[in-house]
Structures are given as C-alpha cells and as structure tokens.
Design a protein around this ligand. Structure first.
Ligand SMILES: [Zn+2]
Ligand SMILES: [Zn+2]
Length: 88
C-alpha cells in the first residue's frame, strides 16, 4: 500500500525570503561619537595607524618591523571615546 505524501519537499527549502522589517529608527538620544565619527574605530596610537612598529634592525642595518601589539596589525583600535559603540 502506497501512501502519497503531498506537500513533502525533500527538506531543501531554497525559498528563504527574508523580510526586511524596517522598524522605526530609534530615537536619537545618543549622539554619534565625534572622535571616530560613528565608525567605532580609532587609529591606533601605538603604531600611528600603520599596523607595524619598528623592532630594531637586522644585521645589515635594515629596520625591521613587527606587527603592532596595540592593534594587532589592524591599524585601528576600538574607539576609546565611545568604546566601539559608535554613539555616546
Ligand atoms: Zn597599532
Ligand atoms: Zn567613537
């Protein structure tokens, strides 16, 4: 005896349509951070936004650079003013 199974799609649902629910923007009680201008990032103060710091010289006198420990080479750090929240 066969049992028909209408409605069964095999589990592969490729129709995941996201409904972008644009709610009301939150009330602007917080001001956008002026230090990072709303990015949440600030230039690293240790390497100056380079991402590397000089680490002495090699045997031939060439300056060697190493990854900055302050920003881990990302050149930016979390904004100290807003703590990365982007708003203060
Ligand atoms: Zn750095
Ligand atoms: Zn900030």
């Amino acid at each position: 005896m066969r049992t028909a199974q209408p409605g069964r799609t095999g589990g592969m649902n490729m129709y995941q349509s996201y409904k972008t629910s644009r709610g009301k923007p939150e009330a602007y009680e917080k001001r956008r951070c002026s230090r990072c201008r709303g990015t949440g990032d600030a230039p690293c103060g240790i390497c100056g936004g380079v991402g590397q710091v000089p680490k002495g010289a090699d045997t031939e006198g060439h300056t060697m650079f190493a990854r900055c420990d302050g920003c881990l080479g990302r050149k930016t750090v979390r904004c100290p003013t807003c703590g990365g929240e982007r708003f203060v």
